[in-house]
Structures are given as C-alpha cells and as structure tokens.
Design a protein around this ligand. Structure first.
Ligand code: PMP
Length: 408
C-alpha cells in the first residue's frame, strides 16, 4: 500500500475538525457524495448566528437586523469570490442544486422562446433530467440526450451533433455522482456557445473537490449544494451570468423580491433579490460561507491529490477481486469510484458493509437512465473527502472480502 504522506493538513488532523468522527470512532464514511460531514467551524457559525445575531435580514432598522444582514450578505460575497463570479448579483441563494435547476427551467418556461430544444447527457442525476423533460413538454421542444462512451465519458461528437439552431440550453454535470467522471466543462461550454445555446452546469459533485472559476469555465449558470461541500442542508447557489439573469422572468413571487407593490401591479427588485422570494435561509448561507472558509483553509491541491490516491487504492484493490467490475475505470474522475459486484446484489453488499461500519451507498444514485444505459440495476459507490484515510480504503476492501466470503 502507498504510505506516502499527503502534503498540507494530514487526514488525521482534518478528521479531528469533524465532531461526527468523535461520536463514531469506528465509522468508515465513504458516502460524502450523498452529503459530506460538517466541520466544527460550520456548526459554530450556525450556532453563533442563532445565539448572537438572530434577526430577519434587509428590512428592520434595529442593530441585530443590521448584524444579521451584514453576516448574510458577507456570506454571499464569500461565495462570489469562491466561484469567481463578477458580482454578488450573480449569486442567488437556493435550497440546493435541485432548486437552482428548477429556477432556471421555471423561468425559461415563462419566456417568449425562439429556441426550444434542450440537450442533456446520459450521465445526469434526476434533478438535471426531470426539470428539462417537464420544460420541453411544456414549451413543445425536444429533449435530446448526448450519449456517453463505453469508458463512461460524455461523447463530445455525439453532443456536438445534437446541438443546433434550435438548442435553447445544454445542461450537464461537472462531475457525475454515479460514476465520478470529471467532464470537460470549458470545452462543452465553448461548443454550446458556437451554437448560441445557454449552458447550465450541475456542479453538485464538484465544488467540494475542485477549484471553480465560472468565468474561466464560460457557463451561463452553475448550480451547487452547500451540504455536499461541508455546509448545511437546505442551502445552495445558482450562479447566473448577470446579462443572462437580467433577461429571465421572475419565478417565485412575494416579499423580498419586489421593489414596489400596489393592487394594480408590482415592480421587481434588482439582482439577486428578484429571484429570492420570502425570508431566506440566513443560517444556511452563513453556514455555507463557513464551509467555504473551511475549504479555503485546506491545501486544496494536496487534498485533491490525497483523494485521488485513495480512489486509486480502491480501484486497484477492487480490480484484483474476481467478479468485481470497476465502472469507468480510466475516465478522469473526482471524488467517486463505483463498482458492480457480479456475484452479490448491491443491496446485500450495502447491508453487510454497514454491519462492519462501512457507510456507503448502493443503488441507482438518482440516475436511473444511466443505470439502464450501463445495463446494471445499480452500482456500489465509494465517495471520498479529505477526512478519509488509506486505512478507510483498507477497511473497505477487507470488509468487502468478508461480505463476499459470507455470501459466496
Ligand atoms: N446533481 C448531482 C450530480 C448530485 O449528485 C445531486 C445530489 N445527489 C444533485 C444534483 C441534487 O442535489 P440536491 O439534492 O442537493 O439538490
């Protein structure tokens, strides 16, 4: 086994930042793609807000409200810098990736459109399929699905062939939650731009692992969830390019998103508020900003190298087992490695691994069409974060051998 120590903060030190591992010392948590664990810094930020600053934002004249507003808007500015957005107007708080994608789809539905076709890929999570399927049906467009190669990567030729003058938007993930494939975002954005289409990137599996610069990527929209990058649940972000957001109709309506209301009509607030109706998730935004700070406190290159090393160890261990097939073994990847056990049903495997304190996920991973395309009922997914260690992978492989021996 490779025993080379990672640079930067060591996994043991990182692990100590996460109280859950003190509560469960034996836990091997390999399900960070579903949701990451939360560092103390995030938990403290949320508690501090509720204990020291709790008030509603933007409206009241009192001091607490000012403090809450400053904390909330500073969180937005931190996220702006984290993803390289041009202004805070481009950072819209949502409940998560799913809501961010729904916001764009719902808003496009209200527009006078000359283009109606939508291009996605076989690699997508349900949240980047169903809103587009619904939109296409509503506006009378076609949902076109770009194929993946036998290696589990987006087939760029097929994608290019599916783009045309009628393409309204291309939506695809930065990293596949089911296979871990890391997709060539900038290249696809450039391709879509040559055909005049909008691009939305589902970044749910990317922001916790990869440095993001939305301007360099060249996308119009970038969606992500706080809970997959050490932040709380219930908060996420839709980045939208300002000139594109300016053309989008509002979606949810009510308080906060208005400038002036009378019974004769309403004028809407400026960006980003016109897409944020109602009291926002203030604690969530503050928690997400603390998660960003936490990520920035790590040596990101070292963390990424460490994760790659863990996945490489898992891959070589799994490939030595007869009857186990690693999915997309040679695709560029980030954070995730999946496999199929030809001899043991994935549900049984999940249960037996859980009995040995290995927490991971088996099944369709909200990507049923992808499973169908791959001809499998489900896969077993190993997903890592900087708090995982080589010992975690060794324990996984050991537990897997025991589970298979039991069922053989
Ligand atoms: N896209 C991808 C690639 C995901 O992994 C997930 C979460 N599993 C989502 C979208 C949806 O994220 P959320 O449930 O946080 O909205």
């Amino acid at each position: 086994m490779n025993t080379q120590a990672p640079r930067g903060k060591q996994p043991d030190e990182i692990r100590r930042d996460f109280p859950i591992f003190s509560a469960h010392p034996d836990l091997v948590y390999l399900d960070s793609a579903a949701t990451t664990q939360k560092p103390r810094r995030v938990l403290d930020a949320i508690r501090d807000y509720y204990e020291q600053r709790n008030a509603n934002v933007h409206r009241a004249a009192h001091t607490l409200a000012t403090e809450a507003t400053v904390a909330f808007e500073s969180a937005r500015a931190r996220v702006r810098d984290f993803i390289g957005a041009a202004s805070v107007g481009e950072v819209i708080w949502t409940r998560g990736t799913t809501e961010a994608i729904n916001l764009v789809a719902a808003s496009l539905r209200e527009m006078e459109l000359t283009r109606r076709d939508i291009v996605i890929t076989e690699l997508e999570h349900h949240s980047n399929i169903v809103p587009w399927q619904q939109l296409a049906a509503k506006i009378g467009g076609k949902l076109k699905v770009a194929r993946i190669t036998s290696g589990g990567e987006i087939d760029l030729e097929d994608l290019a062939a599916k783009l045309g003058d009628k393409t309204l938007i291309v939506a695809f993930n930065h990293v596949s939650n089911a296979l871990g494939t890391l997709n060539p975002v900038a290249e696809i954005c450039a391709l879509a731009r040559t055909r005049g289409a909008l691009v939305l990137v589902d970044g749910a599996q990317a922001t916790g692992h990869i440095e993001i610069d939305v301007k360099e990527l060249g996308c119009d929209f970038y969606a992500f969830s706080g809970h997959k990058m050490f932040g709380p649940t219930g908060i996420g972000v839709l980045y939208g390019r300002e000139d594109v957001l300016e053309t989008l109709p509002v979606w949810q309506t009510g308080g906060e998103m208005i400038e002036r209301v009378s019974f004769d009509g309403t004028t809407f607030n400026r960006l980003p508020y016109r897409f944020e109706a109602g009291t926002p998730n203030i604690a969530g935004a503050i928690g997400l900003a603390a998660a960003v700070e936490y990520i920035q406190s790590l040596d990101r290159a070292a963390a990424s190298e460490h994760e790659h090393r863990l996945l490489a160890l898992a891959r070589s261990g799994l490939q030595q087992i007869d009857g186990v097939r690693v999915m997309a073994p040679d695709a560029p990847r980030s954070g995730v490695l999946s496999f199929v056990d030809e001899d043991v049903h994935h549900q049984d495997l999940g249960t037996l691994l859980n009995e040995q304190s290995i927490a991971l996920r088996t099944g369709h991973h909200c990507a049923m069409p992808l499973m169908e395309r791959l001809g499998v009922a489900g896969v077993t997914r190993v997903s890592v974060a900087p708090y995982n260690s080589e010992e975690d992978i060794a324990r996984l492989l050991d537990a897997l051998a025991k589970a298979r021996a039991l069922l053989a």
